[in-house]
Write a new protein. Structure first.
Length: 181
Protein backbone atom coordinates (compact mmCIF):
# COMPACT_ATOMS: atom_id res chain seq x y z
CA UNK A 1 0.00 0.00 0.00
CA UNK A 2 2.96 2.31 0.36
CA UNK A 3 1.96 3.27 3.88
CA UNK A 4 2.17 2.05 7.44
CA UNK A 5 -0.94 1.26 9.49
CA UNK A 6 -2.11 3.28 12.47
CA UNK A 7 -5.18 3.45 14.68
CA UNK A 8 -6.61 6.75 15.90
CA UNK A 9 -9.13 6.24 18.71
CA UNK A 10 -11.38 9.29 19.11
CA UNK A 11 -13.15 9.52 22.47
CA UNK A 12 -15.44 12.16 23.91
CA UNK A 13 -19.02 12.89 24.84
CA UNK A 14 -21.97 12.57 22.49
CA UNK A 15 -21.99 15.72 20.38
CA UNK A 16 -18.30 16.45 20.98
CA UNK A 17 -17.52 16.24 17.26
CA UNK A 18 -15.91 12.80 17.04
CA UNK A 19 -17.68 11.69 13.86
CA UNK A 20 -17.29 15.07 12.19
CA UNK A 21 -13.56 15.14 12.92
CA UNK A 22 -13.16 11.49 11.89
CA UNK A 23 -14.78 12.26 8.53
CA UNK A 24 -12.58 15.34 8.02
CA UNK A 25 -9.43 13.37 8.86
CA UNK A 26 -10.53 10.55 6.57
CA UNK A 27 -11.04 12.96 3.65
CA UNK A 28 -7.70 14.69 4.17
CA UNK A 29 -5.77 11.42 4.44
CA UNK A 30 -7.49 10.00 1.36
CA UNK A 31 -6.64 13.18 -0.57
CA UNK A 32 -3.02 12.64 0.54
CA UNK A 33 -3.04 9.14 -0.92
CA UNK A 34 -3.57 7.17 2.29
CA UNK A 35 -5.87 4.16 2.50
CA UNK A 36 -8.23 4.66 5.43
CA UNK A 37 -11.32 3.37 7.18
CA UNK A 38 -13.60 5.04 9.70
CA UNK A 39 -15.28 2.92 12.36
CA UNK A 40 -18.07 5.06 13.78
CA UNK A 41 -19.98 4.04 16.90
CA UNK A 42 -23.41 4.74 15.41
CA UNK A 43 -22.62 2.74 12.27
CA UNK A 44 -21.14 -0.16 14.23
CA UNK A 45 -24.33 -0.38 16.28
CA UNK A 46 -26.35 -0.73 13.07
CA UNK A 47 -24.47 -3.87 12.07
CA UNK A 48 -21.61 -5.54 13.90
CA UNK A 49 -22.81 -4.44 17.34
CA UNK A 50 -26.57 -4.30 16.78
CA UNK A 51 -27.10 -6.99 19.42
CA UNK A 52 -25.61 -4.78 22.15
CA UNK A 53 -27.36 -2.35 24.46
CA UNK A 54 -25.86 0.29 26.73
CA UNK A 55 -25.23 -1.64 29.94
CA UNK A 56 -21.68 -1.62 31.28
CA UNK A 57 -21.13 -5.14 29.94
CA UNK A 58 -22.50 -4.28 26.50
CA UNK A 59 -20.47 -1.07 26.30
CA UNK A 60 -17.32 -3.02 27.13
CA UNK A 61 -18.10 -5.58 24.42
CA UNK A 62 -18.82 -2.76 21.95
CA UNK A 63 -15.34 -1.35 22.57
CA UNK A 64 -13.69 -4.79 22.36
CA UNK A 65 -15.32 -5.57 19.01
CA UNK A 66 -14.38 -2.15 17.62
CA UNK A 67 -10.78 -2.60 18.79
CA UNK A 68 -10.54 -6.09 17.27
CA UNK A 69 -11.95 -4.76 13.99
CA UNK A 70 -9.52 -1.83 14.02
CA UNK A 71 -6.63 -4.24 14.57
CA UNK A 72 -7.72 -6.39 11.62
CA UNK A 73 -7.87 -3.29 9.43
CA UNK A 74 -4.46 -2.25 10.68
CA UNK A 75 -3.07 -5.68 9.84
CA UNK A 76 -4.40 -5.09 6.31
CA UNK A 77 -2.34 -1.87 6.20
CA UNK A 78 -5.10 0.71 6.70
CA UNK A 79 -5.09 3.86 8.77
CA UNK A 80 -8.16 3.28 10.92
CA UNK A 81 -10.04 6.09 12.61
CA UNK A 82 -12.32 4.88 15.42
CA UNK A 83 -15.01 7.28 16.62
CA UNK A 84 -16.63 6.01 19.83
CA UNK A 85 -17.66 7.61 23.09
CA UNK A 86 -15.72 4.81 24.84
CA UNK A 87 -16.42 6.28 28.27
CA UNK A 88 -14.04 4.28 30.45
CA UNK A 89 -10.26 4.56 30.69
CA UNK A 90 -9.83 0.82 31.25
CA UNK A 91 -11.65 0.01 28.01
CA UNK A 92 -9.54 2.48 26.04
CA UNK A 93 -6.42 0.92 27.57
CA UNK A 94 -7.73 -2.51 26.54
CA UNK A 95 -8.26 -1.20 22.99
CA UNK A 96 -4.64 0.00 22.94
CA UNK A 97 -3.50 -3.45 24.11
CA UNK A 98 -5.55 -5.13 21.37
CA UNK A 99 -3.83 -2.89 18.79
CA UNK A 100 -0.58 -4.63 19.73
CA UNK A 101 2.31 -3.34 17.62
CA UNK A 102 0.11 -1.12 15.44
CA UNK A 103 0.63 2.53 16.43
CA UNK A 104 -2.37 3.62 18.53
CA UNK A 105 -3.23 7.27 19.15
CA UNK A 106 -5.80 8.03 21.86
CA UNK A 107 -7.46 11.29 20.83
CA UNK A 108 -9.60 13.17 23.35
CA UNK A 109 -12.19 15.35 21.65
CA UNK A 110 -12.40 17.84 24.50
CA UNK A 111 -15.73 19.63 24.16
CA UNK A 112 -17.57 21.00 27.20
CA UNK A 113 -20.83 19.27 28.12
CA UNK A 114 -22.90 22.43 27.58
CA UNK A 115 -21.53 22.75 24.03
CA UNK A 116 -22.30 19.07 23.35
CA UNK A 117 -25.86 19.58 24.58
CA UNK A 118 -26.30 22.70 22.43
CA UNK A 119 -25.12 20.79 19.34
CA UNK A 120 -27.38 17.78 19.96
CA UNK A 121 -29.49 17.48 16.77
CA UNK A 122 -31.29 14.32 17.92
CA UNK A 123 -32.39 15.69 21.29
CA UNK A 124 -30.61 12.86 23.11
CA UNK A 125 -29.50 14.98 26.07
CA UNK A 126 -33.03 16.33 26.64
CA UNK A 127 -34.43 12.80 26.48
CA UNK A 128 -31.72 11.52 28.84
CA UNK A 129 -32.37 14.32 31.34
CA UNK A 130 -36.08 13.45 31.20
CA UNK A 131 -35.22 9.83 32.06
CA UNK A 132 -36.22 8.46 28.64
CA UNK A 133 -32.66 7.27 27.86
CA UNK A 134 -31.08 5.36 30.74
CA UNK A 135 -27.30 5.04 31.05
CA UNK A 136 -26.62 8.09 28.86
CA UNK A 137 -22.95 9.07 29.08
CA UNK A 138 -22.45 12.48 30.65
CA UNK A 139 -25.95 12.56 32.16
CA UNK A 140 -26.88 9.31 33.92
CA UNK A 141 -23.69 7.36 33.16
CA UNK A 142 -20.11 8.49 33.79
CA UNK A 143 -17.49 9.57 31.28
CA UNK A 144 -13.87 9.21 32.37
CA UNK A 145 -11.89 11.77 30.43
CA UNK A 146 -8.43 10.59 29.43
CA UNK A 147 -5.75 11.54 31.94
CA UNK A 148 -2.91 11.32 29.42
CA UNK A 149 -4.26 11.20 25.87
CA UNK A 150 -1.78 11.11 23.02
CA UNK A 151 -3.59 14.08 21.51
CA UNK A 152 -6.31 16.48 22.68
CA UNK A 153 -8.45 18.21 20.09
CA UNK A 154 -10.60 21.21 20.96
CA UNK A 155 -13.73 21.95 18.95
CA UNK A 156 -15.48 24.82 20.73
CA UNK A 157 -15.07 27.95 18.64
CA UNK A 158 -12.89 26.25 16.01
CA UNK A 159 -13.61 25.19 12.46
CA UNK A 160 -13.73 21.49 11.69
CA UNK A 161 -10.50 21.80 9.69
CA UNK A 162 -8.71 23.57 12.54
CA UNK A 163 -9.86 20.93 15.02
CA UNK A 164 -8.82 18.05 12.73
CA UNK A 165 -5.46 19.46 11.57
CA UNK A 166 -3.29 18.16 14.45
CA UNK A 167 -4.60 14.61 14.02
CA UNK A 168 -4.12 14.74 10.26
CA UNK A 169 -0.49 15.73 10.82
CA UNK A 170 0.09 12.92 13.34
CA UNK A 171 -1.48 10.26 11.09
CA UNK A 172 0.36 11.41 7.97
CA UNK A 173 3.61 11.11 9.93
CA UNK A 174 2.78 7.69 11.46
CA UNK A 175 1.61 6.23 8.15
CA UNK A 176 4.53 7.51 6.08
CA UNK A 177 6.41 4.52 4.71
CA UNK A 178 10.15 4.78 4.76
CA UNK A 179 11.88 5.21 1.37
CA UNK A 180 13.24 1.65 1.70
CA UNK A 181 9.78 0.10 2.12
Amino acid sequence: MGQLPAIAWLTGLSGAGKSTIADAVDRALTESGRHTMVLDGDNLRLGLNRDLGFTATDRSENIRRAAETARLMGEAGLVTIVSLISPFRAERQAARAIAGDIPFVEVFIDTPLDVCEARDPKGLYDRARAGAIPNFTGVSAPYEAPTGPDLTLLTDGLTIDASAAPLIEVLLHLSAASPNS
